[in-house]
Ligand binder design. Sequence first.
Ligand code: GDP
Ligand code: GDP
Length: 436
Amino acid sequence: MAKPVVAIIGRPNVGKSTIFNRIVGDRISIVEDIPGVTRDRIYSSAEWLNQSFNIIDTGGIEVGDEPLLQQMRQQAEIAIEEADVIIFMVNGREGITAADEEVAKLLYRSQKPVILAVNKIDNPEMKEQIYEFYSLGFGEPFPISGSHGLGLGDLLDEVVKHFPKKSDEEYDESVIQFCLIGRPNVGKSSLVNAILGEERVIVSDIEGTTRDAIDTRFTRDGQDYVIIDTAGMRKRGKVYENLEKYSVLRALKAIERSDVVLVVLDGERGIIEQDKKIAGYAHEAGRAVVIVVNKWDAVEKDEKTMKEFEQKIRDQFQFLDYAPIVFLSAKTKKRIHTLLPMINLASESHHMRVQTNVLNDVIMDAVAMNPTPTDRGTRLKIYYATQVSIKPPTFVIFVNDPELMHFSYARFLENKIREAFEFTGTPIKIIARARN
Ligand code: GDP
Ligand code: GDP
């Protein structure tokens, strides 16, 4: 199920990005450390009271150099369309402005819950200043201070209360849900058509248009699939649909609803920075990944070309070393038939459970082969390992001191686990935990 989405809206300088950063906190991201894969600071995942959600700072979505009111209108439109809960932020030091009233008018018309946050209330004496904001008509204003980190707990408690209870567009566990992501023109729409056409599938039902994507359900060889297609949504005519940051947001939502993500590259044009960023999102979300090199028909090739392209992908996408690569052409349909079997394999890996005793044999063999690291005279001791969850497969390793489990040793153990079990196409997670 896709995570709930929270949007922050408000005019410039009320403190949206300050609050955004406070809520998101310092997230540790492996992908972020890869050159060229910088995280966009306008949307991120966050957590409160054990509930994860995504948060967008609509102020960060640039809509050109239009006048303020025009920009506010577009940001409100995005918030209303995308968010489950809207945080409407105003500046407690300035009082209500005309732009605030304009935004309020737009928000009245939406059915979405709106929570009014009055920022820059830096000390308790200033709380008086929130009362005038009752007149905006969104009920109780929440005093906060981005600079001092005050009031955020109460605000988030209220936000979480309004999350939708359950999504009504869920599919059976046995259905493999997948999406195609990639920059514009790599051939995502063509691939969707080729997959559906080539397999001569019975498209049992087009589930209708959700807010974010068109879901097409089909069956092949007894396996049910749903393609979550975001590419086809572009032509709906909204101004902001073509904004790059916005399309990434849309891709993120599709990724979250998927078991398997196809990262589509353009074989003809090669890999660019944007591809890495997009692929990084799939990896971070913990989904199974298949890399698809499309337009292979248009590439002039000899016997080495494919190997060379593969090497380029491995160099550029080191964090996706588990993802299989498929070379094909949506246009000529060449090797299209290899795609679904690869999706099946990745999906199987993604929800595979391994036996605890076999897992422990693998870990103990690994330790015997390559002794655990020491730090200031203390050696890492591994007691026991167990798989705690699937999608992606996640392993907890009980140790004497988790600090001693260095990244490189965790990586070594991951490789040993991968050698022993078939985890093609899926990331796996290793968590070191102190044994009580
Ligand atoms: P945005 O344009 O709405 O994203 O606003 P920013 O987060 O960039 O903040 C605008 C300015 O307000 C910056 O100079 C912040 O340091 C300042 N600011 C943000 N939150 C607070 C706060 O709680 N109190 C005070 N006094 N200043 C704040
Ligand atoms: P999207 O923006 O990723 O959905 O890309 P489209 O499916 O709209 O395709 C973009 C362009 O690439 C179109 O002109 C397609 O005809 C072309 N195209 C798509 N797949 C292939 C392919 O396999 N080979 C070649 N030569 N062109 C392709």
